[in-house]
Design a protein around this ligand. Structure first.
Ligand code: MN
Length: 254
């Protein structure tokens, strides 16, 4: 089985190394990843300047572009054969609820799907990443086991990617796996006003507090809080089908 591994934290990220090690237990791994931090770049595409792949070893490339650029380059140019799966991550930080709308990790899996390749995004849902990122080393076996299972499923719809969040626990302490839906969260105090060295106002987006609302037993956040791996199937069709079905007279009155 051929895997393309990419991420949004950059080619030097520990999570990418962990993912490649786990995938390497099952099949042949090609890494094509951004040369720098691309978190929260979502599904952006580099259109206004060229992107340059630099070979960093056998089946290993860095690209001065976004996660989406990496998947396109890998599939259309760098890999002699299409991968059987696109794997993205392991992201340093959760991608649950509305995170998936900003995430470069999830977007890379979306791009894989857009190329017609089944895709899985992995994120490590630790709160204190500096303290916990070494826990990832204890999850290689768990990720490999999960991959073995997910890649053997024949019932994943073609338009669906899997969004996996790993709880911040050693592999053997993980309670199990739950199939989940996206939770809901909002940030507060995530815009900081500061001064630049010349005393001018600047703003820094980020940080703040996360509040989970509308928490349900079957949500991604609840699964991770309970010590489970969360697997959320996502599809790319953002259409609100229920509104169309319910529109009825309202639409005819327009
Ligand atoms: Mn990231």
């Amino acid at each position: 089985m051929r895997f393309l591994c990419t991420n949004d934290d950059g080619i030097l990220a520990h999570g990418l190394d962990v993912l490649a090690r786990a995938a390497g237990m099952i099949g042949e791994v090609t890494v094509v990843a951004p040369d720098r931090e691309q978190s929260a770049t979502s599904h952006s595409l580099t259109l206004h300047h060229p992107v340059r792949p630099v070979k960093r070893g056998e089946r290993r490339w860095q690209v001065d572009g976004t996660p989406t650029d990496c998947v396109i380059l890998a599939v259309q140019a760098l890999m002699p054969d299409k991968p059987d799966f696109v794997l993205s991550g392991v992201n340093h930080g959760q991608n649950m609820g509305e995170d998936v709308l900003y995430s470069g990790t999830v977007a890379a899996a979306m791009e894989g799907l857009a190329c017609g390749i089944p895709s899985i995004a992995f994120s490590f849902a630790g709160a204190d990443l500096r303290a916990e990122v070494s826990l990832l080393d204890h999850q290689v076996e768990l990720i490999a086991k999960l991959l073995r299972h997910l890649t053997s499923l024949d019932r994943i719809p073609r338009d669906t990617l899997l969004n996996v969040n790993l709880p911040p626990l050693r592999g053997q302490k993980v309670e199990g796996v739950r199939l989940t839906r996206l939770g809901t969260r909002h940030f507060s105090d995530s815009l900081q006003k500061m001064a630049d060295p010349w005393g001018r106002d600047i703003y820094w987006i980020g940080g703040g507090k996360v509040h989970w609302t509308g928490d349900r037993d079957d949500s991604d956040i609840r699964a991770v809080q309970d010590g489970f791996v969360s697997v959320t199937p996502l599809h790319l069709d953002l259409t609100h089908h229920r509104m169309i079905a319910d529109a009825g007279q309202w639409w005819r009155d327009l």
